[in-house]
Design a protein around this ligand. Structure first.
Ligand SMILES: [Zn+2]
Ligand SMILES: [Zn+2]
Length: 353
């Protein structure tokens, strides 16, 4: 008798996920079955649910092709291994793992050099393959199951996307000097992880800009040195003055036209901005200012499987401030997606099926 599996499926973009019960299939050769104990809800789940990114120019980037419905969304997954397909070695039933969801084709130049997150033919969990808003997930290969060690699973799950995204972005700034300045834009789920990691990874307490002052206390708790309102022109002028001409580094966890422009303008000469956020919008960039300021702008898209292993090892040392998570039952998923859509969810929502 196979176990039953309850999951929430995207049937049509923009409509609530559908509560579904089905018999769990047998694992195929090489697959690992994980009983999900924690599944983080990410802002990108909201975009996948909508099926598009709004560029703010009247044009929408279609995401619906990436997610063929019906699909179980959710890509921040941690749980316990319950079954191993034929030929799987190196893992045990009962082991607690975090699942790397950014799985590629396995054969291209990116996939064969541990950059599966850049693969053009992805098999990402929660996008092209069924993901975490479920009681079980099928992981295509044992190498994507990373031991959670001593980490509580509701803390461990968000490392797979929000944590990894922040880690890979900050890694692009390392090494920095303690006298330098880092400006983090956005104190949502991913931005907060960036704030949590900055002190350990860069040796610097970052300045955090967020238009929502309700998020400031969490940012300060996570290790921010100062919080500012990017809409407050005086505060921005004061920031440039206090840093003697601008900050050395910016990580834009927001990804609107406004946030990009704000970060770009806050950079000092020779500074570096890492773009991470995907909220949407656009902004003109004057090429001459890129030249005169001699800045570097780099994009960062989630992270590699190797980076997730590194991050989980660091987290197990207990050196990172905990992520403020709110645990909720699996059937709260539609409500959480709605609240995230409205931008009113402090910290990270983690479903505990
Ligand atoms: Zn995500
Ligand atoms: Zn590939």
């Amino acid at each position: 008798m196979r176990p039953m599996c309850r999951c929430f499926k995207l049937i049509r973009h923009g409509e609530p996920l559908v509560d579904t019960q089905e018999t769990l299939r047998e694992p195929a050769a090489g697959e690992v079955v994980v009983r999900i104990q924690a599944a983080g809800v990410c802002h990108s789940d909201v975009m996948l649910y909508d099926g598009y990114v709004d560029t703010g120019t009247g044009r929408k980037i279609d995401l619906s092709r990436g997610v063929a419905a019906p699909r179980v969304l959710g890509h921040e997954i941690a749980g316990e291994i319950t079954e191993l397909g034929a030929g799987v070695s190196g893992l045990k039933v009962g082991e607690k793992v975090v699942v790397y969801p950014w799985i590629g084709c396995g054969t291209c130049a990116y996939c064969t050099t541990d950059r599966e997150n850049l693969c053009s033919n992805p098999r990402n969990l929660g996008l092209q393959l069924d993901g975490g808003f479920s009681q079980y997930v099928f992981v295509p290969d044992a190498k994507y199951c990373i031991p959670a060690g001593n980490l509580p699973l509701e803390q461990a799950a968000p490392y797979a996307c929000s944590g990894l995204t922040a880690y890979a972005a900050l890694k692009k700034l390392a090494p920095m000097q303690p006298s330098q300045t880092v400006l983090i834009l956005g104190a949502g789920g991913v931005g907060l992880s960036g704030v949590r990691f900055a002190k350990y990874m860069l040796g610097i307490a970052p300045i955090v800009a967020d238009i929502d002052q309700a998020k400031w206390p969490l940012a300060l708790e996570a290790g921010a040195r100062q919080t500012i309102d990017p809409n407050d022109a005086d505060a921005s002028k004061a920031l440039v003055k206090a840093t003697g001409g601008g900050v050395d580094a910016v990580v834009d966890f927001v990804g609107t036209g406004e946030s990009f422009a704000y970060g770009f303008n806050a950079l000092r000469k020779g500074g570096k901005m890492v773009s991470v956020g995907l909220i949407g919008g656009s902004t003109p960039v004057v090429p001459a200012t890129v030249v005169f300021k001699a800045v570097t702008i780099q994009g960062s898209m989630v992270g590699t499987c190797g980076e997730l292993r590194e991050l989980l090892e660091i987290a197990q040392k207990g050196v990172l401030p905990p992520l403020p998570v709110q645990e909720l039952p699996l059937d709260a998923v539609n409500d959480v997606l709605t609240r995230l859509h409205e931008g009113r969810f402090p910290g990270r929502a983690v479903l505990t099926p």
